[in-house]
Design a protein around this ligand. Structure first.
Ligand SMILES: Cc1ncc(C[n+]2csc(CCOP(=O)(O)OP(=O)(O)O)c2C)c(N)n1
Ligand SMILES: [Mg+2]
Length: 402
């Protein structure tokens, strides 16, 4: 029996593929480099310098994006970033228990979020404030989760946007099950109201069992789910190249569905690739894996100090690829927006931030028995017993017994 091909990853320079059963040290290093460099496989429509690159395959998916639509995408990103910075500041001032910054990932999220149709369903992790924005969830509603007053202040059914999930990768299983349901209920096909599901997770999540199980189930049931992995290069302090020998999108091949890597700092490319992937899923060709190659420009959360594990020159290099700046450069260079447009966006962003701040200060503490609500769909005797015990305890407290 001939030895199996264990390594098929091409060298970044287009050299020979590493196929040895035991790869050499150089081959391992070449694979790791390709894992953490954007590489030639990256779909990019707008360069970091703000130049439009023609792409015959994906241009048709953004053919409707003219000057006005691009200005709207720009505005989305600026507002979402402003809300994110305010959330961070509110945590620093003791108003929130924790904040999870999205800084740097605006383009990946706005592109994907704007590609979703109202009938689609989205499952976020905990950093998807940009997708939330696109699903009509107000930034104020996200505060409750991080102030610890509500699990989710938005109605997941009305917004077609699931509550945030902190357990890494778990939402991939939830989304896969939901997408299988969409298929079982005949919601996949050529009809214009066909549905898909999109699930968001990070590079680190791809090392979780839940994600692999989700991939397997989605593949064997042709589930209409787009796996949207934001590779922001870090899983807290763990870099991507310590988690995979291959670029993450190439893993899809092993499960039997397409995988694609997109420049996650390019809102146009993220929109185009997401639209393509969602259409594949709605029409019955799902699932699809998208790896949005991006960068977490801030700490993992407000509890983290990234200076302990990464060098500042890495951040400086990524600042040159800022998702907002390249759209601004494109708009300005092509005379598609004047100074008063940018000024107005800034005014809107400041207004949003002050509304967010005022809302945060006005949030009431929830009653303590709030914990018993929304636990089960139907009455549950154990829960009722605990609720009664709590009420008795509370009464004793008020009566001075404790
Ligand atoms: C099952 C589980 N294990 C560990 C953690 C702790 N944890 C929180 S975030 C995180 C890293 C996630 O990294 P990644 O998937 O890349 O997403 P990112 O935070 O970069 O968006 C870990 C290990 C957790 N929340 N859940
Ligand atoms: Mg990550």
């Amino acid at each position: 029996m001939s030895s199996p091909e264990q390594w098929t990853h091409p060298e970044p320079g287009g050299g020979p593929a590493a196929t040895a059963a035991t790869p050499t040290r150089e081959q391992v290093l070449a694979g790791l480099r390709a894992t953490n460099e954007g590489g030639a496989e990256l779909v990019e429509l707008l360069t970091p310098e703000g130049e439009r690159v023609a792409n015959p395959e994906f241009d048709p998916y953004v053919a409707d994006i003219g000057a006005e639509e691009l200005r709207r995408l720009y505005r989305d990103m600026v507002l979402v970033r402003r809300a994110d910075r305010e959330g961070n500041a509110l945590q620093r001032q003791g108003q929130l228990g924790i904040w999870v910054p999205l800084l740097g990932q605006e383009a990946a999220q706005i592109g994907a979020g704007r590609a979703l149709k109202p009938q689609d369903m989205a499952f976020p992790s905990y950093r998807e404030h940009g997708v939330a924005w696109c699903r009509g969830v107000r930034p104020e509603q996200i505060l409750a989760t991080f102030r610890g007053t509500e699990h989710s202040e938005w109605d997941p059914v009305a917004h077609r946007f699931h509550p945030y999930t902190i357990v890494i990768g778990n939402q991939v299983l939830n989304a896969t099950g939901y997408a299988m349901g969409q298929r079982f209920e005949g919601k996949v096909g050529p009809e214009s109201d066909a549905e898909a599901t999109m699930v968001f997770f990070g590079d680190g999540a791809t090392s979780q069992g839940d994600v692999h199980e989700g991939f397997v189930w989605a593949a064997v049931y042709d589930a209409p789910v787009v796996f949207f992995c934001q590779n922001n290069q870090w899983a807290i302090s763990e870099p991507t190249e310590r988690q995979s020998r291959l670029p993450l999108y190439q893993r899809a091949r092993g499960y039997g569905f397409p995988g694609i890597r997109v420049d996650g700092n390019d809102v146009l490319a993220s929109l185009a690739v997401s639209r393509w992937a969602l259409e594949e899923c709605r029409s019955g060709n799902g699932p699809v894996l998208i790896e949005a190659f991006t960068y977490r420009m801030d700490a993992h959360t407000t509890s983290d100090d990234p200076t302990r594990y990464r060098l500042s020159d890495e951040l400086e290099a990524w600042k040159l690829k800022d998702p907002i700046e390249r759209v601004r450069a494109y708009l300005v260079r092509n005379g598609l927006a004047e100074a008063d447009f940018f000024e107005q966006v800034q005014v809107d962003a400041d207004q949003l931030a002050s509304e967010l701040r005022a809302y945060c200060f006005s949030m009431p503490d929830p009653p303590a028995d709030r914990i018993f609500r929304n636990v089960y769909a139907e009455p549950n005797p154990l829960l009722e017993k605990e609720r009664a015990e709590y009420a008795a305890y509370q009464a004793g407290f008020e009566g001075g017994a404790h």
